[in-house]
Design a protein around this ligand. Sequence first.
Ligand code: NAP
Length: 257
Amino acid sequence: MFASLAGRSVIVTGASKGIGRGIAKRFAEAGCRVIVVARSGEAAKLVAEDIAVAGGAAIPVTADVGTEAGVAAMAAAAVEHFGGIDILCANAGIFPTTRIGDMSMAEFDEVMATNLRGTFLSVKACLAELTKTGRGRIVITSSITGPMTGQPGFSHYGASKSGQLGFMRSAAIELAAAGITVNAILPGNIATEGLLSLGADYVASMTASIPMKRLGVVEDIANAALFFATEEAGYITGQTLVVDGGQVLPESLAAVE
Ligand code: NAP
């Protein structure tokens, strides 16, 4: 149904684990060549090796997306190994949980540096190469938390995830004339290393509040990312897609009992 993306050069940030690893594998299955970015080089290497074993092409890059040097390294690797950048999946993110009264300025800044500044820096570093293609794609992993919902302990995180959408809307306008689309996925609760580390009680309460009665899997998000990257999605820009098993829908507790 969709035109093949085979051969496209894709950068996926935060691809050593969780949703990013799922996105990297899904794009590799679609024939894309993938730059696997994370701070942990060893974990990124394992993902790239998995992709290679499955017949795909992937290069690991050790980089912190909150730094200009980090994003420059990932963009340079894409140019060196794959000849350019067609698609950027800005996915790297952290979600420490701390209530406002206990939150240090350093923790607030760290969340912003990774989730929000990391998105801006990643887009900026890839811009020249995305522009050259005439059909660049940027897919941001935001969240329902912040843009649509709130949670005790997630105020900094929610602000960063809402900030990504504010960034996206202006970026979509700025880049439209270059044929670049900028869209965001808003995952609900997806079973990843990061989410599961929040504990069994958290997982149980989230599962109970999801109409589909299960956490999402990384492929649920990866498929949405792949869709935004297709030729056929080329007239969609500045938009959000909630992928949450219906979690934001209930108007009352009775609706999920
Ligand atoms: P995860 O399992 O903790 O994985 C996070 C990934 O990001 C890892 O590969 C991590 O590798 C990387 N990362 C973290 N900080 C980085 C940095 N400064 N530079 C480069 N890479 C960095 O998390 P996840 O659940 O897959 O979440 C991925 C994204 O989805 C995040 O943006 C998160 O906000 C969003 N999200 C997740 C859920 C969910 O339910 N899981 C829901 C809504 C939104 P290193 O630690 O080695 O750098």
